[in-house]
Design a protein around this ligand. Sequence first.
Ligand code: SAM
Length: 272
Amino acid sequence: MQISNPVFRAVAIVAMNFLFYSKTIKSWFEKNVFNPYEIDGNKHADYALMQLKNIASHINIAGKSILEIGPGGNYYLACFLLQNGAKKVFVIDNENHSFFSNQEIAIYKKLYPESISNNRTINQDKIVVINYGRHETIPLSDESIDVIYSNAVFEHVYTPKMLLKECQRVLKVGGKMMHQIDYRDHIFSQESLFFLEIPDLFFDFFFKNTGMWVNRLRHSQWVALFDTLNNLETIKIDKQTSSLSLTKKQNQLTTEDIKTTSALFILKKYAD
Ligand SMILES: C[S@@+](CC[C@H](N)C(=O)[O-])C[C@H]1O[C@@H](n2cnc3c(N)ncnc32)[C@H](O)[C@@H]1O
């Protein structure tokens, strides 16, 4: 369900926002009407496979405990990571978008038979599913994870600094984390930066209950944020850019902040 007209799209998102003040309605809507996190099963599996290849090209996953933040509506990536030698995968999301269709379960079983127990539930010895609300304190012990990964998640996080500190805490010394962050507008049009013009108060009031809300941090702010983390060295930043058009307010931004549409950050934890 894609609405291409930016105005109609924004109106639909605002309507959703008010409907979703009720978490029960939100969950019912995602289960019965439209789940933006669940694309067609096979297509999403292909997308997860692409992510696996990206992770494996930078980080050795064999025998590792991996934490995926914000998996969305499925655990395909977790299955691929296990299939490719990961020891155990923790998937943590602040909302549950996964409703276990028969099609999904069949794909999980095909990808990694041990991922499903009793034919219907996730095998928690292999994939540990954690839903932790909006407080962003990761319920895992200090230095217990080898690899932390997220894709298109951090731009949706309310308090990214807090969550990054949590990542730093649970990561083992020598461990790596890899975060792909999408800086584009998720509401009106990805071809403009109009969304940056809206004052915070309105932006939050009209959009915060939807998956399209973003914290609107720009590239330089993310770089600065990653720099504040103790014991973490940024070993790679891969930027994607485009030629976005400017509006008045955006003249205050640097060219890099205007043109960078997403970035991949890879960090390594070192000892004190
Ligand atoms: C755009 S989806 C990305 C899903 C998936 N990673 C992908 O690439 O298709 C963003 C996901 O991040 C989750 N999310 C938002 N804030 C979060 C937080 N603080 N902690 C964990 N997950 C969060 C959302 O619930 C959603 O599942």
